[in-house]
Design a protein around this ligand. Structure first.
Ligand code: TYD
Ligand code: MG
Length: 453
């Protein structure tokens, strides 16, 4: 078999036999790079294929799902309860966000499983220097400074380790491929080799991947399909906290988030995230409402902000950070049609404080309240929390896990909750908290604005 030349789009992984100026899959210009795929060294001809053994589903031992505990409960939770042996996990994030730190700390917590840390980016001295800043590190941690994937693979297989970290997938390369480390074919080849090793040996392998400008892990999306779990490590530049979320998880939910704070001795878990998100509160201003969202299984109280200002241009602007823009447009339409409020001559800005992206529609009610509060310049009482989804007729709809959200609000000292009608069947433990059940958005708004909607 001869070596094959293919052209591969570096942004989406699309292959072509000819060079193209513009990728016909993702539309990126000038992204095609020539790659030479060497013929596999083992000749297909001489090898004889043996029949592989099949097994019966019921004969597979499934007594108890076994997971390794990383010693970092937030990380375990995002993984779905711990590390599954033999799994391949991709940890993606911007450079400098703390991926290496998180993985080193995880190795520290996994002492008894004899972890191996492969560094292709930093020298052994740099790792040593960094680990001195972290608590909980063990002098027995196995390190390897190497970028050749065949070599790394060999060490992972031969060392007596249960967990290995490869930092990073963009720094390693395979001898079988000519192109530069970090290119699509290299990344794919290296990841598939590690995948095989993880499945064959039952060792869990973590791969660190940098996110490109476009926010896609390792350039192409293709790595996401190969691995069992994709963890994304995110953060806002202006804050010290970091959010770990599972973008894909074969062994758990993808809704869980883990919240960490970076200080000078590494990443610390944040036990009570609502307190951080509510920390910098400006009490007196209009356009601010507190919502009780649910991130995964955990309730999270957040501040949503709206600013509604007269528009001096033909087209009023709608700018949204941290919530679905189309959802905001829907809320504005409901406010216009059902409550007779006029936003068409106003620019609207909506922001979820703290840099979080909210997918939970239970914030609808709070955001609508913030919009009206800003439009009328009437501040909302700072001890009020809003929970509820808004329907097109202006009805306030119920949302899951109301009890948890209410308990969180109570724990943080809020004394009024505006929420959907839940009837009297729920036996909530409520003292000193005023529960206002509303069926319609207009009634919720009347709670802080005197004029009748
Ligand atoms: P790092 O883990 O190297 O990021 P990545 O591997 O994602 O590129 O984290 C680097 C940043 O974290 C760097 O800006 C320094 C900061 N940092 C701390 O603030 N405290 C610490 O204890 C450590 C180890 C790093
Ligand atoms: Mg790093």
């Amino acid at each position: 078999m001869k070596d094959k030349i293919v052209y591969i789009c570096q942004s989406c992984g699309n292959q072509s036999t000819k060079w193209l100026g513009r990728c016909n899959e993702c539309g990126t210009w000038g992204s095609f790079v020539e790659e030479v795929i060497k013929s596999p060294s083992s000749k297909i001809k001489g090898t004889t294929i043996k029949k592989a053994d099949t097994v019966k589903l019921g004969s597979i031992n499934s007594e108890k799902e076994y997971r390794l505990k990383s010693g970092i409960p937030e990380l375990d939770r995002v993984l779905g309860g711990g590390i599954i042996p033999g799994s391949l996990v991709l940890v993606g994030g911007d450079p400098g966000i703390g991926k290496s730190t998180l993985m080193l700390q995880m190795c520290g917590g996994l002492k008894s499983y004899n972890p191996l840390y492969v560094t292709g980016e930093e020298s052994l001295e740099q790792i040593r220097y960094r680990s001195q800043r972290l608590d909980n590190m063990s002098d027995d941690l196995l390190l390897l400074a190497e970028t050749n994937i065949e070599q790394i693979n060999y060490v992972i297989k031969s060392e007596n380790c249960n967990v290995a970290v490869v930092d990073s997938i963009q720094a390693v390369y395979s001898d079988r491929i000519d192109s530069a480390p970090g290119s699509v074919v290299q990344v794919r080849e290296c990841a598939s080799l590690l995948m095989q090793t993880a499945k064959q040996t039952g060792k869990s392998i973590f791969i660190i991947g940098h996110v490109t400008k476009e926010g896609i892990i390792a350039g192409p999306k293709l790595l996401e399909h190969m691995v069992d779990t994709v963890l994304q490590f995110e953060g806002e530049k202006n804050y010290t906290y970091r959010i770990l979320r599972a973008a894909k998880n074969r062994f758990g939910s993808t809704n869980e988030i883990g919240i960490f704070e970076m200080d000078n001795s590494g990443l610390k878990e944040v036990k009570n995230p609502s307190e951080i998100f509510l920390a910098h509160r400006n009490n007196e201003a209009s356009g601010i409402a507190i919502v009780a969202a649910l991130e995964g299984t955990r309730p999270l109280l957040l501040e949503v902000q709206a600013l509604v200002t007269p528009s001096y241009y033909g087209m009023p602007q709608r700018t949204v950070n941290g919530y679905d823009l189309r959802r905001i447009q829907m809320l504005l339409a409901v406010l216009e049609k059902r409550l007779g409020l006029r936003f068409s001559q106003h620019d609207v800005f909506v922001n979820v404080a703290g840099g979080l992206y909210l997918e939970d529609t239970s914030a609808d009610l709070g955001i609508s309240a913030a919009l009206v509060s800003s439009l009328r310049d009437k501040p909302i009482d700072t001890k009020t929390v809003f929970i509820g989804e808004i329907g097109l007729t202006g009805e306030v709809r119920s949302v899951p896990a109301l009890e948890q959200r209410i308990n969180e609000a109570q724990k943080l000292g809020f004394n009024k909750i505006i929420l959907p009608n839940i009837g009297s069947k729920k036996n909530l433990n409520l003292k000193d908290i005023n529960m206002v059940q509303v069926e319609r958005l207009s009634l919720a708004i009347n709670e802080f604005i005197e004029e009748k909607m």
